[in-house]
Design a protein around this ligand. Structure first.
Ligand SMILES: Nc1nc2c(c(=O)[nH]1)N[C@H]1C(S)=C(S)[C@@H](COP(=O)(O)O)O[C@H]1N2
Ligand SMILES: [Mo]
Length: 210
């Protein structure tokens, strides 16, 4: 593990990057597979699995866009070592979704589902962080297609693969299960401050058997 890198921002307040990360100019596009085409009439956001009332909850695009809007300033840390800092994300807080479509008491993990079956698993506490946001906007502008329009998740305290672009719903789970990258060699938890990059670094209890 390296020392956390630090630098002076123009405002002179110091901020740090997680170990091994470097600052990236601009905002690169990183993902696996093609960029999906948004079809508003076919889009819905689904909450399913172990919901408190046993029902599925669905919002169409218009309904989702009418949910309370909040913003969060947060960094993106890609496991390939670049970071993008100070982005202002606008959208619907994960907490808002949890309040409107609550999980059953036994729920411990959330699978976040995106177009083409991409997924990422989160501990309920990570999903429920007060800074986790389903973003529709960055820097006051709608997201572009490559960056996840119409909706992407941002989990500020975890590596960026934990935030699927083109999100379509969440599944409440009563046991942990690995998502797309977590099945393919990446760490089940993915805390950049602890440099949890790869699954071989996992300790007992960090994730389901591989
Ligand atoms: N649907 C989907 N979302 C994804 C990915 C992906 O492969 N598919 N890659 C993740 C990874 S590894 C990173 S670093 C960020 C990159 O977001 P950006 O392209 O907006 O910079 O998206 C994340 N979200
Ligand atoms: Mo990444």
């Amino acid at each position: 593990m390296g020392q956390p890198e630090s630098r002076e921002s123009p405002g002179a307040e110091q901020f740090q990057l997680p170990p091994g990360q470097r600052l990236q100019r601009g905002w690169p596009v990183t993902h696996y597979g093609p960029v999906p085409k948004f079809k508003p009439e076919r889009w819905e956001f689904r909450v399913f699995g172990a919901t408190a009332d046993g029902d599925k909850h669905c919002w169409n695009h218009e309904e989702f866009a009418a949910l309370p809007f909040d913003s969060v300033v947060a960094d993106l840390h890609c496991v390939t070592k670049f970071s993008m800092t100070g982005a202002e994300w606008g959208g619907v807080m994960a907490r808002t979704v949890l309040a409107l479509a609550p999980p059953a008491p036994q729920v411990t993990h959330v699978m976040v589902w995106a177009e083409y079956g991409f997924s990422s698993n989160l501990r309920l506490a990570d999903f429920a962080s007060e800074r986790t946001v389903f973003a529709t906007h960055m820097g006051g502008e709608l997201l572009t297609a490559e960056h996840g329009f119409p909706l992407r998740l941002v989990v500020p305290h975890l590596y960026a693969w934990k935030g699927p672009k083109w999100v379509r719903g969440i599944e409440y789970m009563t046991a942990d299960r690995r998502g797309f990258w977590e099945e393919r060699g990446y760490h089940n938890i993915g805390d950049p401050w602890r440099e949890q990059r790869f699954s071989y670094q996992e300790e007992p209890g960090d994730g389901p058997e591989l």
